[in-house]
Write a protein that binds this ligand. Structure first.
Ligand code: BV8
Ligand code: ZN
Length: 249
């Protein structure tokens, strides 16, 4: 029986990466849970620039359904435990999420980076119009157009084949470098992610390279399982409050 890791403490630097599994108990479908399909379409085909070029109405139907589901969902005990860990650790804490549902922010997380954008922002598919807050749904034909260039508007979400935002990547990189220099205890915790999608799946390796303990909180072994030192197998709404409970001052 492998002994578990030392509990978190007030001096620990903690980088958390979350995926769809942390919102599952709020009732939001995960990607693998649905076998990676939506209405029979592979998600990679719908959540892609080609998919949008081919059938923008279909893609807006997909994101309208996602907005409706997320609007009807509440943050769960896992989201709240992460907001409390941030309150305890302050600038020693950073939450990086792959989720676009907005539940971390609604649970009170502020030291938060949304790697893949947000359901709750819209931008122009053609020009540099600044992304804007938008909770309209359903979005149906005639599809909304850019007030500036007349191009089709699209969700401000990073699709497959699209680059992640440089500023977001730079802030996460900065946190990793600071943690590496500080010499404090550094824990990387991945919660509710299958470790399939890159570059998010690479953060566990980057953290390991700068000396972090790598912890996993998930229902099952992820794709990048070999990179983790410790595993807490179970639902996020039980595991995250337990990690918080065990925290030493
Ligand atoms: C890029 C927004 C380049 C959309 C998303 C081959 C090898 C390596 C990489 C690639 C490759 N082929 C293609 C690529 C690149 C590609 C990629 O990684 N593809 C994968 C499929 C192999 N990546 C990209 O395209 C990225 N961009 O590479 O750009 C580039 C560079 C410069 C210039 C131009 C281009 C962009 C990736 C972002 C895609 N957008 N989201 C939307 O949400 O609609 S990804 C989307 O899917 C999610 O955001 C999320 O990231 C991902 C699903 O992953 P998870 O969150 O992990 O969810 P999943 O369902 O898979 O797993 C849930 C887990 O939770 C499970 O393990 C389950 O056991 C667990 N769980 C369930 N319930 C619970 C639980 N755990 C705890 N408690 C519970 N209750
Ligand atoms: Zn425009």
């Amino acid at each position: 029986m492998s002994t578990g890791p030392r509990p978190l403490d007030a001096r620990t630097r903690l980088l958390v990466l979350t995926g769809a599994g942390v919102s599952a108990e709020s009732g939001l479908a995960t990607f693998r849970g649905a076998g990676g399909l939506w209405e029979g379409h592979p998600v990679e085909a719908v959540a892609s620039p080609d998919g949008f070029r081919r059938d923008p109405a279909l893609v807006w139907r997909f994101y309208s359904m996602r907005r409706a589901a997320a609007a009807g969902a509440e943050p769960n005990a896992g989201h709240r435990a992460l907001a409390t860990l941030e309150a305890r650790l302050g600038e020693r804490f950073l939450l990086v999420t792959q989720n676009v549902d907005g539940l971390h922010a609604r649970a009170g997380s502020r030291r938060l980076e949304e790697l893949h954008g947000s359901l709750w922002r819209t931008r122009c598919s053609r020009c540099e119009l600044a992304p804007f807050a938008d909770d309209r749904h359903p979005v149906q034909p005639p599809l909304p157009e850019c007030p500036r260039c007349g191009g089709l508007l699209r969700p401000d979400i990073v699709w497959f084949g699209e680059a992640l935002d440089d500023a977001v990547l730079a802030r996460v990189g900065g946190f990793l470098r600071t943690a590496a220099r500080a010499g404090d205890r550094f824990v990387f915790l991945a919660v509710g992610t299958s470790g399939v999608v890159w570059p998010a799946a690479g953060y566990v390796h980057a953290a390991r390279e700068v000396g972090a303990e790598t912890w996993l909180a998930n229902l099952e072994a992820p794709e990048n399982d070999e990179a983790f030192d410790h595993r807490f197998i179970g639902p996020a709404t039980r595991v995250l409050p337990e990690l918080l409970e065990a925290m030493r001052d």
